[in-house]
Design a protein around this ligand. Structure first.
Ligand SMILES: Nc1ncnc2c1ncn2[C@@H]1O[C@H](COP(=O)(O)OP(=O)(O)OP(=O)(O)O)[C@@H](O)[C@H]1O
Length: 649
């Protein structure tokens, strides 16, 4: 696929119809749910717990080292390993739903509580629980990941709603446009843009104008580092000024919080919906729960609860049947009133907000029933399942999707569902359907030295991206405390492992790793640190999970490298570092490159780097793929070339 050429071009095949979309998605969603459930332990599983720990879906033998209340009534428990200082390798992520059990309890046994992962460190994991019994916390414990059924249920509900046809409701005119039955329209009127952010560049302003003129749909195409979120924030401000009521969503909580934070300085009336454990501490004040607690109706509900407590006391004491009956009647009435006040408190907050912000899943909450929006904005839309987008889209009459379909799509667990197209995003589909008619690409990037940018710009964005002057020539040694040295001078670095006896191998889970290459990557990170670069400015990324583990073990051997971040490429999407070291792993005589050949993955990998991008690979193996060959050739032409043999004794 040449993404650059694809951009803006219309497909000749007929557009996917609403019915086809529903028929295709429904079974694939079931497959995906099954895959997620079988990845977690499940209640009836007889598989041994050790195997679950190996797979990363359970962490055994933990001790509770801290319990705090906070986060609007939640209890935060910190759990550390009973043996050793470091948690075993696991696949738990912040915001995952987990259950806590006694360490030795049977797989199907009841849990002590269900919670949401709040924070993860190498040595501890903190979970937020609504309710947790005090008994049992002093004995060894284990955590299990559970499938997040709520998300699937909501997506299924949205599919059912779509399958009935959208005959009424806010999205009635939007649906036919998004399925190619009616053409998208634009306002004839021209706008004079007075931006709130005075620094916007020409492509950002053009995109905003075009978005403001769209009547049903607009796609904001934001290649890496081009200020997509900056533009989304400006768009929200412009729309609020126009009087629009906006639902702003993203696939991940962090992306939603990012928008909330950036809106703060403009004093927009906003509310953030979502579980407090999933919100950044700095946005908690704008959370629905926090605002509800401050509302008048909430105070009334509290007073009613107090009154009910007094009546309950009386009820226990009184013996008279008639009095008892009267008290019960009154209690029933008060309970009804309390519930009503609670609901009103929520409704008030949502009604008063100009912008409601939540994840896509969160948009399907009952709290938003009966609420409609003039505009639905979805950030990270190219990383969300199409059906997840519909959870928000059905609540609005117009939409703006921001994303980049030339970076990685959403992660799909089921290989079969992925093959059959569950991962095809709405953003990509609409880009194919309408192209430039409804789309604008941001073309100035604020992250990368131009040498890092040029390869990606040429390969994927038709050479349309330019580097802003503030970054186009920036070097590692321009950073304070960094010495000019052979390690910090190059912008691009190719460390070739070919002929150095560094073959790939498989781990127990069948993921590929390359120990020799990991040593070289870590050795280069060490040289950068020795030249004065702070380790937190370095990221080592690799496509393979097993290589991440291998790299982390090596990092653990040198205390100076503690703050070097190591991640999969997929896990690093949306992030950046001053220096990025990419460990490509594949090295074999058959020149097999597996999923390295996905253009989007390599695009994400290279474009994480601000001032230096170092590629560690077996140039001969990876050149077996045409796309990767061009990458290697680009590095051969513009990079400092080193043999891996220089890095190992
Ligand atoms: N017009 C501008 N002038 C100066 N700096 C800008 C401008 N637009 C964006 N930036 C800067 O570029 C960086 C990236 O911006 P932003 O976070 O909006 O990008 P993004 O496109 O959402 O990121 P990603 O590439 O991760 O998707 C930020 O540091 C931001 O301040």
């Amino acid at each position: 696929m040449d993404g650059g050429k694809k951009f803006g071009s219309k497909k000749s095949s007929p557009p996917l119809s609403l019915n086809q979309f529903v028929a295709l998605t429904s079974p694939l969603l079931d497959l995906e749910k099954e895959a997620e459930i079988s990845a977690s332990i499940g209640t009836s599983s007889s598989r041994s717990l050790d195997a679950a720990q190996k797979r990363g879906s359970a962490i055994l033998n933990l001790k509770c080292t801290d319990a705090q209340t906070g986060l609007m009534g939640k209890t935060l428990l910190e759990l550390q390993p009973n043996r050793g200082d470091i948690l075993p390798a696991h696949k738990f992520g912040t915001h995952d739903v987990v259950v806590l059990k006694p360490n030795k309890a049977d797989p199907g046994s009841a849990s002590l509580g269900q919670g949401v992962v709040y924070r993860i460190k190498d040595s501890a994991i903190t979970v937020a629980f609504d309710d947790i019994p005090e008994d049992g916390l002093n004995s060894p414990l284990r955590l299990e990941k559970v499938a997040n059924e709520v998300t699937y249920r909501r997506m299924k509900d949205a599919l059912i709603q779509l399958s009935k046809g959208v005959q009424k409701g806010p999205a009635v005119d939007l649906v036919p446009v998004l399925f190619g039955e009616k053409p998208p329209e634009i306002l004839k009127k021209t706008f004079q843009l007075t931006p709130f952010n005075k620094n916007l560049d020409h492509s950002q302003k053009d995109a905003i104008l075009k978005a403001l003129m769209s009547k049903q749909v607009f796609l904001l195409h934001g290649p890496p580092g081009t200020g997509k979120t900056t533009t989304v924030v400006e768009l929200i401000l412009q729309e609020v000024k126009r009087g629009s009521k906006i639902l702003a969503c993203a696939a991940s909580n962090i992306a939603v919080d990012n928008i909330v934070e950036r809106l703060f300085p403009y004093r927009v009336k906003l509310v953030r919906l979502g579980h407090p454990a999933r919100l950044l501490p700095q946005v908690l004040e704008s959370a629905l729960d926090a605002q509800v607690l401050r509302g008048d109706n909430s105070t009334l509900a509290n007073d009613i609860r107090k009154e009910m407590r007094v009546l309950n006391g009386k009820l226990l004491k009184t013996k008279d049947r008639n009095t008892k009956r009267d008290i019960r009647k009154e209690l029933k009435m008060l309970a009804k009133e309390e519930k009503k006040r609670q609901q009103l408190a929520v409704t008030d907050v949502i009604k008063n907000a100009d912008v409601v912000l939540t994840t896509l899943t969160g948009a399907w909450t009952r709290k938003l029933d009966n609420n409609t929006f003039d505009l639905v904005i979805i950030d990270e839309a190219a990383q969300a399942l199409e059906i997840a987008c519909w959870l928000a889209l059905l609540k609005g009459s117009r939409c703006i999707l921001a994303g980049d379909h030339l970076q990685l799509p959403p992660t799909i667990q089921s290989t079969e569902a992925e093959k059959k197209g569950l991962g095809k995003t709405l953003f990509e589909r609409l880009a194919g359907l309408y192209g430039e008619e409804v789309m604008s690409m941001l073309t100035v990037q604020y992250r990368m030295h131009e040498l890092i940018m040029n390869w990606s710009s040429k390969e994927l964005y038709s050479s349309k991206i330019e580097a802003h002057s503030s970054v186009s020539r920036h070097m590692l040694y321009d950073l304070e405390g960094v010495k000019r040295s052979p390690s910090t001078e190059p912008t691009l670095l190719l460390i070739d492992t070919a002929g150095c006896d560094m073959e790939e191998k498989k781990d127990e889970e069948d993921s590929t790793l390359n120990e020799g290459e990991a040593e070289v990557a870590v050795a280069h990170a060490k040289r950068l640190v020795e030249s004065g670069l702070h380790p937190s400015n370095i990221g080592i990324i690799t496509p393979y999970a097993a290589q991440v583990v291998c790299l982390r073990v090596l990092r653990g051997k040198d205390d100076k490298l503690k703050d070097v971040e190591i991640s999969t490429v997929d896990g690093f999407q949306g992030r950046e570092k001053e220096a990025i070291i990419i460990s490509m792993v594949r090295s074999n005589s058959k020149k097999e490159v597996g999923f390295l050949s996905d253009h989007r993955r390599m695009n994400v990998a290279v474009t994480r780097a601000r001032r230096q991008c170092c590629l560690v690979c077996d140039a001969e193996t990876v050149s077996g793929d045409r796309f990767l060959k061009r990458l290697v050739e680009y590095f051969e032409e513009h990079a400092e070339y080193l043999s891996a043999s220089e890095f190992v004794q």
